[in-house]
Design a protein around this ligand. Structure first.
Ligand code: F6P
Length: 356
């Protein structure tokens, strides 16, 4: 099949590194293969609207400054699954055929999507239904996609979380407080575990490892006994409250607020909470994410040139490989409680909340 014109869209929550990926795709496709590149706006939502929302992408418009720009110039959405699209009257309607029709209107020979597991699941279904030659680039700050050691956006989000702990430590020490930092990660604890190790947290709580307050307070009491006047706690957003705790229903706010309130009540420490939120998503891509995105973008275009579809580029053993999209989605990657990083944290004396 002769390729002349390919499309690209970014789907799901944005993250740092998407713009460098767009830049790499455009440079490789236009300069390497002489193809045209069409950027589809706002993920699959751009293919649902009429007229279709798209933009021609050229190397001059995707120049070097894109390497430094956070977010995605194409826009994205993490709502509106076309297979169950929420209508104003509350009904969920299958609008997948409209998305496919939109794709066909653009007269594209192939499509590249940068997305996480949710987006890749939807795009793959669309591709199968509409006969769309699809190649995927993994992106998620949560780093929970399978078969790739890293996804675009994780490194920058991790830096933001580690920097936040760096900023919290001096003020914690100045005021003799326990600082609780709540970070993103959806169902996974990768950001919390890595940032906690990188910036010297005393307690790291992640959804993959059950916690007990007795273990947390023992750690904080031990620090105090050794003359330490502060503590740093990092908690992943997916950590659950203890529903058997009689105080649970009286504490409002997120998991960070709950953990801080209970630590305060149990140890007498003064606590403060920081919920880092979307600061983890919108930052300037760090060097690692720029490199990953560039390598992924170039290889994704090469896969199209080779006629190899339904595949996702992946980082494995110091290089880019490609794997079936379906396998990447199937091998969801939570933190391994017995893996190297959990072992490292324990080896450093960091409390992971485990019962002694
Ligand atoms: O999956 C990426 C992510 O940032 C999660 O870490 C977080 O739970 C979620 O998206 C936030 O989504 P939204 O931008 O819709 O609030």
């Amino acid at each position: 099949m002769a390729i002349e014109r390919i499309g690209m869209l970014t789907s799901g929550g944005d993250c740092a590194g998407l713009n460098p990926a767009i830049r790499a795709v455009v440079h490789r496709a236009v300069l390497g293969y002489g193809w045209q590149v069409v950027g589809i706006r706002n993920g699959t939502a751009g293919l649902l609207t009429r007229p279709i929302e798209w933009v021609a992408l050229t190397p001059s418009e995707t120049d070097v400054e894109l390497l430094r720009r956070g977010g995605t110039i194409l826009g994205s959405t993490n709502k509106g699954d076309p297979f169950g699209y929420p209508m104003p009257d509350g009904r969920l309607v299958d609008r997948s055929h409209e998305v496919i029709e939109g794709y066909n209107q653009l007269r594209l020979d192939a499509l590249i999507v940068a997305g996480g597991d949710g987006s890749l699941h939807i795009l793959r279904k669309l591709a199968q239904q509409g006969g769309i030659p699809l190649v995927a680039i993994p992106k998620t700050i949560d780093n929970d996609l399978g078969l790739t050691e890293v996804s675009i956006g994780h490194a920058t989000a991790l830096s933001a979380a580690a920097n936040a702990l760096d900023h919290l430590q001096p003020t914690a020490a100045s005021h003799s407080r326990v600082m609780v930092l709540e970070v993103m990660g959806r169902d996974a604890g990768h950001i919390a575990l890595s940032a906690g190790i990188a910036s010297g947290a005393d307690v790291i709580l992640i959804p993959e490892i059950p916690y007990s307050f007795s273990s947390i307070t023992a750690r904080i009491d031990a620090l105090k006994a050794h003359g330490r006047n502060f503590a740093l706690v990092i908690v992943a957003e997916a950590v659950k409250r203890d529903l058997n705790d009689p105080q649970e229903s009286t504490i409002h706010g997120s998991i960070g607020h709950y953990i801080a309130a209970r630590i305060g009540a149990l140890t007498g420490a003064e606590t403060r909470v920081t919920v880092l939120g979307h600061i983890q998503r919108g930052g300037t891509p760090n060097a690692r994410d720029r490199i990953m995105a560039s390598a992924f973008g170039v290889r994704a275009v090469d896969l199209i040139a080779e006629g190899r579809f339904d595949r996702m580029v992946a980082w494995q053993a110091r290089g880019v490989e490609d794997v079936p999209i379906l396998e990447a989605i199937r091998h969801y990657q939570a933190v391994d409680p017995q893996g190297t990083l959990a072992h490292t944290a324990r080896g450093l004396g960091i409390c992971l909340g485990e019962a002694a």
